[in-house]
Design a protein around this ligand. Structure first.
Ligand code: EPU
Length: 416
């Protein structure tokens, strides 16, 4: 298992090009199943998760080829409707193939994702929504099974805002018979952009970017030609690196409006942020100021930046309070940060972080992607050497992280 060895204490300086978004790419990859044909997706990040999704599509019978960041997916030969446990258990987003398979073949057999490293992550809203659209789904031997399904338009109201359930239902509705209304839909850029991509292929969707989507089923879609939007969480993570190390980082190829909530928090913490059309410059303070954070669905502060923000607050000049309202148990980074000298008290889903002047390097490991990112940030700011173990989590969601950080002056190396 690879590790990252980081010698901390250097201010990061320079420019970094932000990669395509993982969470925007995965729904578009699933959408290729809706239209038999050759799809071309540009700016797809080369990550373990996009590779896993490519593997799921291959098992279904698609031909998938990566050339740099261009992903070509030929879905003409898709002839299987089964997404196996071995892949779904490694990446929950594999469940996105469910609706497209039901829409195209009227049947599907998709493993039910299990628990996640930081607690339960149910898919009840996906299943209930599809059931309202006429899909009689059964759970058999750990699999979600649908047979003889004909999807029909329906009104589906979500009691919590869910990115995944909104994506799943959009994928179900675009080819369904009649009209579907999704109420309390997610408005994360990943969702809105998926809608725009589908519209460009012939789908009829009204209300994109709002909490009420109206989708009128069409009989067929054209293949997808698109470029994946930049990764707002990767961008915000590099911005946090500037904040923690007192560095100056220019984020290139970004959509500043997509991570405005994170930028505003970092400004509150003392960063100076300059926003351009497709670039953002972040200059970190000598020491961050404490900030209070409550995670919310978009456009609020994202849960996917909670762990990194705790790392920033760990070296702030006072006490910060950070609450995660989306995932109540997503705090596996806290005990590892404590091993690096952070003063953090966890009370349920609230972390009270009393900033210390310096963290000290240590051997740490994390059990998920953003927690690992938080430990890398802590290592960059810490005194001495930090070794972050189990970095396959980072490889799921950050393209060439150590190369990008190295180019900004970090002393970081991958140890095989
Ligand atoms: N929820 C339910 N029932 C459901 C679905 C969700 O109760 O059927 C709850 C969840 O437990 C959670 C809330 O709804 O409390 C929001 O979850 P959501 O469905 O929005 O999350 P997701 O679609 O499973 C995506 C991202 C996550 C990100 C969340 C929240 C992808 C592939 N994943 O997950 O990204 O944390 O939205 O923004 O888009 C990551 O990139 O590190 C990551 C975990």
């Amino acid at each position: 298992m690879d590790k990252l060895r980081i010698t901390g204490g250097r201010a990061l300086e320079g420019a970094v090009r932000i990669s395509g978004s993982k969470n925007a790419a995965l729904p578009v990859m699933a959408a290729t199943l809706l239209a038999p044909g050759v799809h071309r997706l540009r700016n797809v990040p080369r990550l373990r998760d996009t590779q896993t999704f490519a593997r799921v599509l291959e098992l279904l019978g698609a031909k998938v080829a990566f050339e740099g960041n261009l992903l070509t997916i030929d879905t003409q030969g898709v002839n299987s409707v089964e997404a196996p446990y071995e892949l779904v258990k490694t990446m929950r987003a594999s469940i996105y193939v469910l609706a497209p398979l039901l829409a195209r073949f009227g049947r599907a057999r998709v493993s039910l994702p299990g628990g996640c490293a930081w607690g339960p992550r149910p898919v009840n809203l996906h299943l209930a929504g599809l059931q309202s659209m006429g899909a009689a789904l059964e759970i058999e031997h750990g699999y979600i099974v649908g047979r003889d399904v004909r999807l029909k338009g329906a009104t589906v109201g979500f009691d919590v805002v869910s990115v995944g359930a909104t994506v799943q239902l959009m994928l179900a509705a675009v080819l369904a018979e009649g009209s579907t209304v999704l109420e309390n839909a997610a408005i994360e850029p990943d969702v809105t952009v998926l809608g725009e991509v589908l519209v460009a292929c012939g789908a009829r969707i009204e209300g994109l970017g709002t909490r009420r989507l109206e989708i009128h089923g069409v009989s067929a879609l054209r293949p997808i030609e698109t470029s994946i939007i930049p990764d707002r969480i990767e961008a915000a993570t590099f911005a946090a690196a500037a904040a923690m190390t007192g560095g100056r980082i220019r984020l290139e190829g970004v959509r500043p409006e997509h991570f405005e909530a994170s930028l505003r928090k970092l400004e509150e913490a003392g960063c100076v942020v300059e926003r351009g059309a497709d670039a953002v410059a972040v200059a970190g303070p000598a020491r961050p100021r404490p900030v209070n954070v409550v995670t919310q669905p978009y456009p609020g502060f994202p849960t996917d930046m909670q762990a990194q923000m705790i790392a920033v607050c760990a070296v702030a000049s006072g006490t910060s309070v950070i609450e995660d309202t989306i995932y109540l148990d997503r705090f596996t980074h806290v005990q590892e940060l404590v091993r690096m000298g952070a003063h953090i008290e966890l009370k349920g889903n609230v972390a009270v972080v009393a900033g210390v002047e310096r963290l000290s390097g240590a051997q740490v490991m994390a059990t998920d992607l953003r927690a690992s990112a938080s430990l890398v940030l802590a290592g960059l700011a810490a005194e001495g050497e930090t070794v972050v173990d189990r970095i396959y989590h980072l490889d799921r969601g950050y393209e060439a992280l150590e190369k990008k950080l190295g180019a900004l002056g970090a002393r970081i190396e991958r140890v095989k």
